[in-house]
Design a protein around this ligand. Structure first.
Ligand code: TEU
Ligand code: CA
Length: 526
């Protein structure tokens, strides 16, 4: 689908950790509304709120027990309506995160399916008499979970998140009613959680794998999914709504096919370069030469297509600054990475805190909150090694509270927050960065502005790593992705400087220096 209403820069908000308006240590909807001016100033035009619906919080909202009720920790319907109004007044669009692949085990549909074998809701889920195959689940081991009457149901993520049976038209109608309800309230669209996983096979055969359990992504993009995608897209079109599909397990080529149905599709190649998606709790480097190649491939593949999203962080990922650098160069590295990423062709997506260069948190075992990491730690043989890996890869790194100021609790709340605040907050925070002209925040702000209207194909320069760069029409974007000065063999004097992460320019680029240059217009005096 074509990008609607000219979305250019989307900002993901992990509501629970963004801003706490009522001093209970938990971020909330009013907290988001209170920070809209900040977001407008940053230069974004769309926000995506992580799930705000009633939930027992096993997976912090990605397990919904009532889609028509706002989680009271985040506020009430009036707070959502107020947020919509205030956002729209500032020309900011609001996307809600809908989890339609599964619900919480506490959802009344699942409770009815469990307690009454004849319930019509039994067929809303995937029950089997025996464990049919070796499918694994994300947070535990087998994806098949036993009920008290001896049957098994499918839960790709955990036993507390039973998967829906999308083949059942009554279920689809109920889910589409939810979509319609929020569109009628004035929401501008949705991010659909694990949309690529909604279709399941009719019979669950053994899956070939070398591991004990097959990856849950084995069912990504399963045949027949197109029917449902088409139904979703028809509904969205009625409202001109924006949609972001989460393409778990999709290759970039597959992701491209989804653009027939959705505005944007997220694929995870970049995240998986250090095994974040498929080999999570293993130690692997984030190899920037591979990143360079992947970005180049993606740009070729998606040239002229509108569904490409440029992103490097979300609420499931560690912080990019820590991912690429660890020796005090984090802020510089954050700027250099962003320069290359956001100057390319595609719609930009940022995750809260990325714009101030937030970094990974040095967790102790009792500070981890995310079920995925908790399970990994509990089942690890070598706990010490596992903590090292968690400190590199845990989803919790993206979920520590936003650092607003050097006040107590980083200005996020006046009450002890639900999860630890990064100890670097006294210097790394929004308030200090706004005042510092050399901050990551001020660089991001300029970067988003300068690259906003760049057009045309991205032509990568034939330069050796650690240099990376490209031309785009009259622009030249170049960065040194390393801790060492690196010589660039280009005549930089031909260009006018549009953006520079340092205050000098020479052919020896400083560590992590990044530049956006523009060809000089030759004056014609004749
Ligand atoms: O994540 C889906 C997904 O593909 C995850 O496996 C992701 O790769 C993993 O979290 C990385 O460790 C979505 C949500 O973004 C996530 O927060 C939810 O837990 C999950 O769906 C289940 O709803
Ligand atoms: Ca609160």
């Amino acid at each position: 689908m074509e990008p609607i209403k000219h979305t250019r820069t989307i900002y993901e908000i992990y509501v629970r950790s963004f801003f706490d308006s009522n001093a209970d240590g938990i971020g909330d909807l009013r907290g988001v509304t209170m920070k809209l001016d900040y977001l407008q100033d940053l230069g974004i035009d769309t926000i995506w709120l992580t799930p705000i619906f009633e939930s027992p919080n096993y997976d912090f909202g990605y397990d919904v027990s009532n889609y028509y009720q706002i989680n009271p920790e985040y506020g009430q319907l009036e707070d959502l309506l107020e947020l919509l109004k205030e956002a729209h007044d500032r020309n900011i669009r609001v996307l809600l995160d809908l989890v339609l692949n599964h619900c919480s085990y506490l959802h009344p549909w699942f409770q009815s399916a469990l307690s009454e074998p004849t319930s019509k809701y039994r067929d809303y889920f995937l029950f089997q008499d025996q464990i049919p195959n070796n499918l694994g689940c994300q947070f535990e081991s087998s994806a098949w979970h036993q009920t008290t009457d001896g049957q098994y149901y499918l839960g790709l993520f955990s036993k507390y998140q039973p998967d829906f049976n999308w083949r059942n038209p009554a279920l689809r109608k109920d889910l589409f009613d939810i979509v319609r309800y929020y569109l009628n309230l004035g929401v501008d669209g949705f991010r659909f959680d694990v949309l690529s996983l909604i279709q399941k096979p009719l019979t669950f055969h053994h899956i070939e794998t070398e591991k004990e359990f097959a990856d849950f992504k084995s069912y990504s993009n399963y045949p027949g999914i197109e029917t449902y995608l088409l139904e979703i897209s028809k509904l969205l079109r009625e409202y001109d709504a924006i949609s972001i599909g989460e393409g778990s397990g999709l290759t970039n080529e597959e992701g491209l096919l989804y653009s027939d149905y959705l505005t944007y599709m997220l694929t995870f190649g970049l995240m998986d370069l250090d095994g974040s998606e498929t080999n999570k709790f293993t130690k692997q480097p984030f190899d920037l030469t591979k990143v360079k190649n992947l970005l180049e491939e993606n740009q070729k593949l998606y040239h002229g297509k509108s569904s490409m999203v440029l992103f490097c962080e979300n609420h499931d990922q560690p912080r990019i600054a820590s991912r690429i650098s660890s020796n005090g160069h984090e802020s510089k590295a954050a700027k250099a990475f962003a320069t290359i990423l956001y100057g390319m062709e595609g719609t930009r997506l940022l995750f809260q805190g990325q714009e101030i260069g937030m970094t990974n948190y040095p967790f102790l075992p009792n500070e981890i909150r995310d079920v995925e990491s908790v399970h990994a730690y509990q089942t690890a043989k070598d706990k010490h090694l596992m903590m090292e890996i968690i400190n590199q890869k845990s989803r919790d790194h993206g979920r520590t509270p936003m650092q607003w100021s050097k006040k107590v609790y980083a200005g996020f709340s006046t009450h002890l927050p639900w999860m630890g605040i990064h100890p670097n907050y006294p210097t790394l925070n929004v308030e200090s960065e706004i005042e510092d002209p050399t901050s990551v925040f001020n660089y991001y702000k300029k970067l988003l502005q300068m690259t906003k209207d760049m057009k045309g194909k991205v032509d990568f320069l034939k330069v050796d790593f650690p240099l990376i760069g490209y031309r785009r029409e009259q622009y030249l974007v170049i960065a040194n992705w390393s801790d060492k000065p690196t010589e660039v063999k280009l005549d930089l004097h031909q260009y006018q400087i549009i953006l520079n992460s340092e205050n000098i320019v020479s052919n020896d680029l400083l560590p992590w220096q990044s530049l956006i240059l523009k060809e000089r217009v030759i004056e014609n005096n004749g």
